[in-house]
Design a binder for this molecule. Structure first.
Ligand SMILES: Cc1ncc(COP(=O)(O)O)c(C=O)c1O
Length: 454
């Protein structure tokens, strides 16, 4: 039996309608930016394997760090025990994170990093004798993960609707989605007026607000929405004014994805709590980290044991994951990785901006190593009633790109390219060419021809 036949027998894939989906790609190996299939195809990983990979697949230095750690200590529980990779990684993260972040709480993935942040925020206020502060404010178009708490603070959407009865109530405020401005304004002339919605929300909530949670600078799964940095700076000001905690979910944006090590740097702010995962381990192993200021940490110190943060996972601070994360951060220094991302950003801007002229293209957004193209409804209907995750153009585009050896996974009508940072100029140029040709093909209704990746 082939791998696909065996897969079909027992497996159930994420975000996949198993009745109608095309068979999965049978990947048997990967190196650099390429995935290799069982039937001999080489496919460029244009979405960094769900946004996690940064230095390329099967990287020699990361492989070596993993093997060396496995030979020493594969895992030990983290309640009552500690180990060098966890301590070294915490030291390193604190040296890189916005100043004022001093504590690291490990978990397993992006969703758990968010769950920890939300639970910390709520218990912080209880421990400080303000238990009425328990409302979380989130933004429209937010995506923070798939566990119940993370879904609660995400936008009410096709992803969450089946679970509505389980979700806790949050307040939602406008995001600065400039292409479909919630106030109908233009970025050129607006004064970040959309921020006043958050201000009003916090005013109304008064002393019942616990925290504001945001994906700083780039809202990912909600449609690759790139923010003006002034909006992020404004959120920090509002949180300070209303005495509310700010949670920055940098699960996607952390580790260079937006061109800075952390997206909060674009507005030179320090959140009270910051969530990390995905590229933390360069895409090797699941690991989450929720990092806080000393003020947040202090609220949990007490002789009263009920003030303890009662949260933990079997694989908290897994030494293998921590060791790879450390090796990945070394690579940032050795390879000047952030300079690479800046070069990638310049190339994406130069290559994708001209596509704005195509009749099908509504908006082009580039930040760091992410280039997104939002397809308008033939560039005429900005009502937002069409499009969205279920827009049928998404799978059609994905198939066309796969046929050309490029793995992309559009979010409905939002096509994006987010490769590992090690991609070469030639490979990026090739991918941009494929995007251009496929979009042209759709406009002119050409059959989409096969090409080979470089
Ligand atoms: C901003 C953000 N937060 C949280 C998550 C959830 O991470 P995970 O899939 O590791 O649970 C994601 C995943 O895409 C994300 O983009």
């Amino acid at each position: 039996m082939s791998l696909l036949d065996r897969d079909r027998l027992h497996l159930w894939h994420p975000y996949t309608q198993m009745k109608t989906a095309s068979p999965p790609l049978p990947i048997v190996s990967a190196s650099g930016v390429y995935l290799h299939t069982e039937d001999g195809r080489r496919i460029l990983d244009g979405i960094s394997s769900w946004w996690v990979n940064i230095h390329g697949h099967s990287h020699a230095a990361l492989n070596a760090a993993l093997a060396a750690q496995a030979a020493r200590l594969e895992h030990v529980m983290f309640a009552g025990c500690t180990h060098p990779p966890a301590v070294d990684l915490a030291d390193k993260l604190i040296s890189l994170l916005p100043s004022g972040i001093t504590r690291v709480f490990y978990s397993d993935n992006g969703s758990t990093a968010v769950e920890v942040a939300v639970k910390l925020a709520v218990q912080y206020w209880t421990n400080r004798a303000e238990p009425q502060r328990r409302t979380i404010v989130a933004l429209h178009h937010a995506y923070h993960g798939d566990t119940v708490g993370a879904m609660s603070v995400s936008e009410d959407s096709i992803f969450t609707r089946a679970f509505t009865p389980l979700l806790f109530q949050v307040e939602r405020a406008h995001a600065p989605y400039c292409y479909r401005c919630p106030l109908g304004l233009e970025r050129r002339s607006c004064r970040i007026d959309c921020l006043s919605d958050l201000e009003q929300t916090l005013l109304l909530l008064g002393d019942s607000a616990a925290a504001v949670i945001v994906e700083p600078m780039l809202q990912g799964a909600g449609g690759m929405i790139v923010w003006p940095p002034e909006f992020l700076a404004g959120i920090r000001r509002l949180c300070d004014r209303f005495g509310v905690l700010l949670i920055a979910d940098e699960v996607l944006t952390g580790f260079g994805r937006t061109g800075r090590m952390f997206a909060c740097e674009h507005a030179e702010i320090t959140p009270d709590i910051i969530c990390l995962s995905k590229a933390l381990t360069a895409g090797y192993l699941p690991l989450g980290a929720t990092c806080t200021t000393e003020a947040v940490y202090d609220a949990f110190l007490s002789d009263d044991r009920s003030r303890t943060f009662f949260h933990g996972h079997s694989f908290t601070a897994n030494p293998l994951a921590c060791a790879v994360a450390l090796a990945s951060l070394d690579l940032f220094e050795q390879d000047d990785t952030l300079a690479r991302v800046r070069r990638l950003e310049a190339q994406l801007r130069a290559g994708l901006e001209p596509l704005r002229g195509l009749p099908l293209v509504g908006d082009v957004r580039v930040i760091g190593g992410v280039g997104a193209i939002e397809l308008g409804d033939a560039a005429s209907d900005k009502s937002g009633t069409r499009g969205g995750y279920l827009d049928e153009i998404g799978p059609r585009l994905a198939t066309a790109f796969l046929d050309r050896g490029l793995l992309l996974r559009p979010l409905g009508n939002v096509l994006y390219f987010m490769p590992p940072y090690v991609i070469t100029e030639e490979e990026t140029g090739w991918a941009i060419e494929q995007i251009n040709e496929v979009l042209q093909g759709i406009i002119h209704d050409h059959p989409i021809t096969r090409g080979a990746n470089p």
